[in-house]
Ligand binder design. Structure first.
Ligand code: ADP
Length: 268
């Protein structure tokens, strides 16, 4: 996984006995009704954060971005994060994915205390358990689609080519394997970025504004790919989007505002 943002982080700490919060899954909604079978599989917690804090210093002014975020996301859940520009969506996603250490608080993923892991352990954990689709694709321009997708597989010591071909097939791009990013449309580049994020079959997939640069047809297709991956492979999916209409396709939508998370109005 690649990191493209921001200054070096600070230390973190762990807590016990988490409080219930707006970030917790609404269990009452799981009883009966459409989609209940799939939701029933969300029996355990995949991501749990406690009291996450993050701020930035610009000159002598501190910008507090995350003010003690408590969040639980369940295995196989499809969570959308909305909120105004600058609210801290990317900062939260980076912090959840192990790319930006919080100043205070902890992130547990699949039972591991992410920021308590050693540097190499954490890198290995991110490479195998977490997939991340960055804003603006972040493909390496001199490598073909296949080579871009193969990178995380090679780092993990897998048969990178076979895994990359399989991943490109899953996003419907098997026939574009030899193309350079510049020879692909925006929607196709985003598919390559998704294939790269899933090549190691992660348990958790983060996507930051994956449809931000796409037209409505491509947006719908990309969102369907992400949702299908989550549904068919029980991947926990967390998507940042400004598109409240697309967000309705998930299991839950949260809004980040003033450094805190709130349930979205359409979720009630
Ligand atoms: P969003 O994804 O919701 O648009 P971000 O998480 O990117 O918001 O940013 C949240 C706030 O943190 C913004 O006010 C942004 O300017 C600020 N910020 C992000 N990164 C840095 C940085 N490296 N240095 C200073 N401020 C930053």
């Amino acid at each position: 996984m690649f990191c493209h943002r921001k200054e070096k982080p600070h230390g973190g700490s762990a807590c016990k006995n988490p409080p219930r919060s707006p970030g917790e899954f609404p269990f009452r909604r799981l009883r009966g009704g459409a989609g209940c079978d799939r939701l029933r599989r969300m029996s355990d917690v995949m991501i749990e954060t406690l009291d996450l804090h993050r701020s930035y210093r610009v000159g002598n002014k501190a910008i507090e971005v995350l003010h003690g975020i408590d969040l639980r996301v369940h295995r196989g859940e499809r969570l959308f994060l909305c909120g105004p520009s600058g609210a801290g969506k990317t900062t939260l996603l980076y912090t959840l994915a192990g790319l930006e250490r919080p100043e205070r608080g902890s992130v547990h993923i699949a039972g591991a205390d992410l920021y308590a892991l050693g540097r190499r352990e954490q890198a290995r954990f991110r490479n195998t358990i977490i997939g991340y689709v960055f804003q603006n694709y972040h493909l390496l321009p001199e490598l073909t689609a296949l080579e871009n997708v193969a990178i995380p597989g090679a780092i993990a010591g897998r048969d990178a080519t076979a895994a990359a071909i399989h991943a490109l097939g899953r996003v419907g791009l098997a026939d574009r394997a030899d193309h350079l990013p510049a020879e692909l449309s925006g929607g196709e580049q985003q598919r390559v970025a998704i294939a790269r994020a899933i090549v190691n079959e992660p348990k958790v997939l983060f996507a930051d504004e994956p449809t931000g640069n796409l037209d409505s047809k491509n947006s719908g297709e990309i969102m369907k790919i992400l949702l299908d991956l989550a549904t068919e492979h029980a991947v926990t999916l967390i998507v940042v989007t400004h598109d409240h209409h697309l967000a309705k396709a998930g299991d839950r939508t949260l809004v980040i505002r003033d450094g805190s998370i709130h349930p979205h109005a359409h979720a009630s």
